[in-house]
Ligand binder design. Sequence first.
Ligand SMILES: [Zn+2]
Length: 433
Amino acid sequence: MSVPDRRICVQVVLRGSNPRGLTHTHYTDLVQVRRAYKFRAYPTRPQEGRAVRLLADHCDLYNAALMERREAWQMRQARVSYRMQSAQLTEIRKADPDGQGRHSFTAQQQTLRRLDAVFTAFFDRVSAARKSRANTKPGYPRFKPYQRFSQARFVNGDGAKWVAAGRHEWARASFQAVGSVKVRQHRMVPGTVKALQLKREHRRWYVIVIAETEPVPEPATGRAVGVDLGVARFLTTSDGEVVGNPRFLSASAEVIVDLQRRKARARPGSGNRKRLRRALARQWRKVRNRRRDFHHKTARTLVGSCDVIALEQLNTAGMTRRPAPEPDPGTPGGFLTNQGAAKAGLNKSILDAGWSQFRSILAGKAESAGRRVVLVNPAGTSITCHQCGQRCARPQQDTVICPVHGAMDADVNAAKNIFTRAGLGSGQAASAA
Ligand SMILES: [Zn+2]
């Protein structure tokens, strides 16, 4: 692969972040628990310039590595591995001492790993689509434009260093080729700091501190549940507990739709449009923060009251078949004209974005508490009767009707199927798994 000094960036619209589904089920097997803490960083002007340059260099590396994989595939149907690309780093750095050569070697490896993860997810989607015989073609990984390449990851103690905040003092995160950046550390970071991520979000900078701690097992509760995540309600458990969607989500959706509409009308390049774009970004940030808090709270309650939690496995092939485009504060324009449809699509994207985050938060908390999370095959959980396994009718979104057992709450029925599939009870539906 060859990294250009400065490539003319390819302007593509990337889909929203696509966090990988959970792949392992027995969190109790793991010895260490990894946690991430996000803090706002305040680089000086010169530091900010260097940080922008660092991200651009990492972006070049990422795109060059992508190009190599792409060509190998197109010309020889060959796969290029992370190891093969990592082995070229020394050469690349030597050839470009004032560019790639200035950066942390291990951080560059992290960027190549990140691309590797993108490809693994891509090949997973390809095989999932082949299996489901769906008529969709998973999108090939794309080049990243500079403005969308927003973070680099460093190994703590190798090209980056974390110094926690003392009394009345700022915390400091130093990065090779950037310098020692001031960080507002608003909470303690327990355990050993393993990695640091430097991240840009619009005009703000953040440092994400990744630390490892020993898990602290909590006392057993004797409760195991199947959990159904839904659109109308946030979650429903197999023993009938319901957690609704917080009202702030739909309230924010209205504000966002309104801002989107006003922005679409504003003249391109005008100050008004710029202001509206910032207001939109602010609203999205608010939604993300409040949603994350809600997820933490909900996951905390669940982990506190259950020993085993069963969930559906994420259907990544299905997730990419999104009916409405995902609105993004970073992408100008491109929203539906019909207001009702816009709002429906927006609501969906707000809720959708929630599930995978909730799962990973839940997995993290379960891991540190020594709880078990079991993932089950999601096929047919919502339409199969949990008592007899027969296919139910679904006249309304919230009700299913079994030919033998009659009408039932659709979400509770789904949660009970998930419970059974996880091997947590005995029932007919287990055979459907
Ligand atoms: Zn039945």
